[in-house]
Design a protein around this ligand. Structure first.
Ligand SMILES: Cc1ncc(COP(=O)(O)O)c(C=O)c1O
Length: 421
């Protein structure tokens, strides 16, 4: 028990909080794609629609004021959760992808000139690569790749070599959805700032699993999705330093983001409303705030201890099965719940299908990170079955040691079922 930090009672209480995990006889290990939702979060969404729903900001009547209060309280909860200086630095979006599209479009309009360079890590999810690639194309700028070692480490010396007098932005993930390894973004931020380069961090996989404090890390921008951290789909966050967000032009135009509109032009609202055109997702924001309260109730110390113990157990068990190769670091301490692997001679889609037949939900494919998988495939000089595809197990604190056993048992059946041992 001690190894997993949660007592049996805590374990049971947590499992009871997640209706889907009790309603379906499955082992859910696709948490990097989206997490399940605790009943508190589901109820908070329902509570909003049953008691407070109105279009916020627009009405002088009490109900609309209530809706506005729910929304702005949620913004304050998010600001507190990630240690932002001010709630003005929190922009609500639909998801991390929208946050990055907003940022890349608006920031590049503000700072990018032909011939400038944007450094993007090779490990980026397509959502933190394509928006920068497109922005670079629009402004005649160049994308420069920051490559990792075979074990997934990004070395600061490599970054220092890549930065030139034309570098304007580094876009990098805090925690890769394939490698599962934490990147030292605090050191990267120091290097960037010494060279007058901005740093934008994709926190889609870090914010749900480790404490993230934007002031301590001193990052200029951070993005994440509510649905990967217990909240519903459709609510996301862009954090940006106030002076930068203030200087950037709006991204979308429409209601609620203006100060005045005339026949000839417009002036725009103060932060953060300048970036939130149209009717916003108040119920989603309320549920995200409730998800944050849920995280804070358990505490990251326990969450991390549990997830790290599960990861260690999973990697050890996978090591006992013939023909399994883990991608990235072989060291369990370098994986935050995410383990991407190959099964020798079996296509990852078959791996996922056979595991599904055993009730274990895992992800197979390129994990929306084709440049990374191609890069790892090339540097390893190996011919994998299924080309660049891999299979990924991704765990959350509500997974249990028994589920790790069930996952490993399912994995052990694959090669024999395919007639390979
Ligand atoms: C590292 C990372 N960044 C960005 C995203 C995009 O998140 P969303 O689809 O919620 O916009 C994901 C989704 O898997 C991700 O893993």
């Amino acid at each position: 028990m001690a190894e997993y930090e949660f007592s049996k009672e805590e374990d049971k209480k947590i499992r009871d909080d997640f209706p889907l995990l009790n309603n379906r006889d499955i082992v859910y290990m696709d948490n990097a794609a989206t997490t399940q939702k605790p009943v508190e979060v589901i109820d908070s969404w329902k509570r909003y629609y049953e008691n407070y729903n109105a279009n916020p900001f627009r009405g002088v009547y009490g109900l609309s004021v209530d809706a506005t209060e729910v929304y702005e309280d949620a913004r304050k909860a998010v600001a507190g959760f990630i240690g932002a200086d001010s709630y003005c630095e929190i922009v609500f979006t639909r998801n991390a992808s929208e946050s990055i599209n907003l940022l890349s479009t608006s920031l590049c309009e503000y700072i990018l000139q032909p011939g400038d360079e944007i450094i993007v890590s090779i490990a980026e999810h397509h959502s933190n690569f394509l928006p920068w690639q497109q922005a670079a194309k629009r402004y005649g700028a160049k994308v420069v790749f920051f490559e990792c070692e075979e074990d997934g480490e990004f070395k600061k010396e490599k970054l220092e070599e890549l930065i030139t007098g034309r570098t304007r932005i580094l876009a990098i993930t805090h925690l890769s959805n394939v490698l599962g390894r934490i990147n030292d973004v605090k050191t990267f931020a120091e290097i960037c700032h010494k060279n007058h380069v901005l740093i934008s961090v994709d926190g889609a996989q870090s914010v749900p699993h480790i404490p993230v404090n934007v002031k301590e890390l001193d990052v200029d921008f951070l993005q994440f999705s509510g649905h990967k951290m217990l909240a519903p789909m459709g609510i996301g966050v862009l954090y940006g330093k106030e002076e930068l967000l203030n200087a950037m032009p709006p991204y979308m135009y429409g209601g609620e983001m203006i100060e005045t509109v005339t026949r000839d032009g417009a002036t725009y609202a103060e932060l953060p409303h300048k970036f939130e055109a149209g009717t916003v997702n108040v119920g989603g924001a309320a549920a995200l705030a409730e998800a944050i309260r849920y995280y804070e109730k358990i505490g990251f110390e326990k969450i991390m201890a549990r997830e790290r113990a599960l990861t260690k157990a999973a990697i050890e068990k996978m090591g006992e099965i013939e023909g399994i190769e883990i991608i990235g670091s072989k060291d369990p301490t370098q994986h935050e719940g995410i383990i991407t692997f190959l099964v020798d001679g079996v296509h990852p889609h078959d791996v996922a299908a056979i595991m599904d037949a055993e009730g274990v939900c895992v992800r197979a494919g390129h994990h929306c990170a084709q440049p990374l998988l191609q890069y790892l495939y090339d540097i390893r000089e190996k011919k994998n079955t299924g080309g660049i595809s891999t299979t990924r197990v991704s765990m959350a604190f509500y997974n249990t040691p028994e589920e790790v056993d069930r996952m490993a048992e399912a994995l052990a059946k694959i090669r024999p079922e395919m007639g390979l041992t």
